[in-house]
Design a protein around this ligand. Structure first.
Ligand SMILES: C[S@@+](CC[C@H](N)C(=O)[O-])C[C@H]1O[C@@H](n2cnc3c(N)ncnc32)[C@H](O)[C@@H]1O
Length: 180
């Protein structure tokens, strides 16, 4: 009986990972941020004990959990459309004892950004314009910083014009928009 259960769990995990890597749920599939750039990204998030970090399209929670481990922050909120990845990141947060981190099963485009002070994005060129437009049209009264891994922010949007851009170089580029 036990081997059958183990095989069932293994097949379930593999099928769900394959679905996450495909475009079944979204045109932007799951690719975790590269480990070699994690420290640079956490540094660029520049979090302090009052910050609330949103990772829009949070995957398995890698960034939120690294931030919880390496730097102070009040809260980390993951927003993810794939149910398996939401469960995985919440299990990982529980396992790590990161009680300030949780992930919600939700579309980026239905996310309330009222409490976000910092937003992290690793979403690809295709989705970046629509996400910037969504953030721009959604109240974000406390937002002071946006960080994007690999993909540049367009300079000519009402949102990006309000922030100052810097670019950091790790293995890949990290784009930071900061309120003046
Ligand atoms: C490239 S991965 C980045 C994962 C994570 N942020 C990281 O850096 O390790 C992009 C993630 O966005 C999720 N995603 C794509 N479209 C989404 C949407 N509309 N709402 C919520 N999540 C979405 C995908 O399922 C995928 O896990």
């Amino acid at each position: 009986m036990v081997p059958y259960i183990l095989v069932g769990v293994f097949v379930f995990v593999v099928v769900n990972l394959l679905l996450a890597l495909s475009t079944t749920y979204s045109p932007i599939p799951y690719f975790p941020t590269q480990s070699s750039d994690l420290r640079l990204i956490v540094k660029s998030l520049n979090l302090s004990k009052n910050d609330i970090l949103f990772d829009l399209g949070s995957g398995d929670g890698k960034i939120l959990l690294s931030a919880a481990r390496l730097t102070p922050m009040k809260k980390g909120v993951g927003v993810e459309i794939h149910p398996f990845l939401v469960t995985l990141s919440n299990i990982r947060a529980f396992w790590q004892g990161a009680s300030q981190v949780h992930t919600e099963l939700k579309s980026i485009f239905k996310t309330n950004l009222d409490e976000a002070t910092v937003i992290y994005l690793y979403v690809g060129n295709k989705m970046m314009p629509s996400i910037l437009e969504y953030i721009s049209k959604t109240p974000h009264p406390k937002l002071v910083r946006l960080v994007s891994y690999m993909y540049d922010f367009s300079d000519n949007t009402p949102l990006t014009k309000k922030f100052k851009k810097t670019v950091l170089q790790g293995k890949n580029k990290v784009f930071v928009l900061e309120k003046d």
